[in-house]
Design a protein around this ligand. Sequence first.
Ligand code: KG4
Length: 346
Amino acid sequence: MAKGKNNDVIILGIESSCDDTAAAIICNNLIISNEVASQAVHMAYGGVVPELASRAHQQNIIPVVDLAIRNAGISIDQISAVAFTRGPGLLGSLLVGTSFAKGFALARNIPLIEVNHLQGHVLAHFIQERSVDSRKPGFPFLCLLVSGGNSQIIIVRDYLDMEVIGQTIDDAAGEAFDKCAKVMGLPYPGGPLIDKLAKEGNSRAFVFAKPRIPGLDYSFSGLKTSFLYFIRDRITENPDFINENKADICASLQETIIQVLMTKVIQAAKETGIRTIAVAGGVSANSGLREALLNAAVKYNWEMHIPPFKFTTDNAAMIAITGYYKFLKGEFSSHDAVPYSRVSLK
Ligand code: KG4
């Protein structure tokens, strides 16, 4: 079935910042296809291997885009513009999506739109799904963005007007989950596994030191180091310590990370007076964090926005929706745009 009337804006979104090759088609703000090829190759290495990631993107990009276009039921000439993740992320990975998007835009003679991956995570809240009547956050709102590479608190004043008011000074929350999981011998990515195991454990079994960072910034490197020493010392006493206490360790670690995240969100809401709160990024899939946010929403009278799981981890729908809002403002990129590995939101 062909979609797209004359006034419809149809955006092809491309995401390749880390280890997921993703493509999505959005018609105005309605998502009509959303495809992702994940890369299992990294599992054996306990983390993403950049060189392998770029090769896998190179393999996956054309089949994934082809699938996204076919599943959207549109023809290629209905696409109004192509939006791609310019950064932050792994440079070799970003180069694949960037080069593909440029080639596509050039071949189709359509605008090219660069997207900041972090902005994409935030705007995932505005993706409309067919037959899902979801509430969208009103402006201004606060967004807790927690992923494998970032932990930030952002004031979102409009679709393309965001200000970071707090961020990690070292590791991200997702990194803390993944690196501590690695210390426990769990496979990558450790976050979802810790979440699963924590459900069976006692979150008060062990106490880990929390950082004392002024303002709204975060820090997770101290927790990671103290966790490493804690495990090392306990294993010296009892070589089976991890196996015998796996669920309790995970529950206690997860609870500590959640408390660190929540303290600053509560502080940010108090300081700004903003009571519409949203969460975004891979770590927002964490069931404990979701519960803590919902409890805080009741306690502090917040309007809480938590996106569906599929829009929390890396996906191209969030790149397409950001591309849509940039398209409406005529914010197009030139063909000499190069990817950037590190960048914050302005
Ligand atoms: O947003 P994302 O897919 O990629 C980045 O842009 O970083 O986030 C990936 C991160 C990983 O660190 C992963 O362990 C974490 O999100 N994650 C979780 C859960 N699901 C994914 N962390 C804790 N609990 C989860 N359920």
